[in-house]
Design a protein around this ligand. Sequence first.
Ligand code: AMP
Length: 285
Amino acid sequence: MQLFTITSNLKSFVVSEKKFLHKIAFIPTMGALHAGHLSLIDIGKKYSNVTVCSIYVNPSQFNNADDLIKYPKSFEKDARLLESVGCNVLFAPKDEEVYPKDLNTQVNLDLMGMDQVMEGQFRPGHFKGMLQVVKRLLDLVNPDYLIMGQKDFQQFTLVKHMILQLDLPVKLIIAPTLRESDGLAMSSRNTRLNAEERVKAAFIYQCLIELKNNINNTTITKLEANAMDSLEKAGLKPEYVEIVDGNTLQRIDDLHKHDYIVVCLAAWCGELRLIDNFILKGTLS
Ligand code: AMP
């Protein structure tokens, strides 16, 4: 595996690969890698000749400075894991390479309210910062494929919107959420849960299954409220459970009027905020 920290070196590498008509798959991450991230590399390998994984903890998407400081870092271990799954390139740029002083990297787009709902309500500015870094990294890496996880449903839906609106020459591939054996969605943050919290956290998955099983038995509002109650009873502190249209991310009131429906939730487990989602109707896209 090759390591690039200087963007001009990465750019030259990509240009030379493209001369051989090699396809590039790009997997952006913030490090602290787990099997979920590695499954994205595997998917990337199916589409491409060269997989490029970036590790960059993007300051512009953190609305909470403490969260940024506490974000887990394990660069050496991450590099070993990437090597073990045959990732070709690790791109680890410095802040000044991603955001040079004189460069305007802002993304100005009509996000049609998709950045204001769910995560957006609790993390102001998060999605603008996320789109800013994804756009910048796409400019630097110039991949054919961008691989992102369903785990961050709202995130990839906004990236899909940006790719369409800006007509970016990249194909977005969505990877299903990889889960622990008890159903908890794998996340870099899970390592910060103590044993008792870890047991509670698995209830999120149970709650999503229960909601899906009851989808035809009651109203949307009741499904959401019941899920909030169950999460609270399990000792979690839910922030939201929303049943939304998978394309617009807006809440729905009638299952029959939509072809693509997703339930998204966020809940605190001790000091940690966890998110998850399930497709209720339609196919992940
Ligand atoms: P992060 O480093 O948390 O920003 O995540 C990098 C990428 O990995 C994002 O596209 C995430 O959606 C994806 N990802 C995170 N957790 C999982 C998981 N459990 N299964 C599949 N993909 C994941």
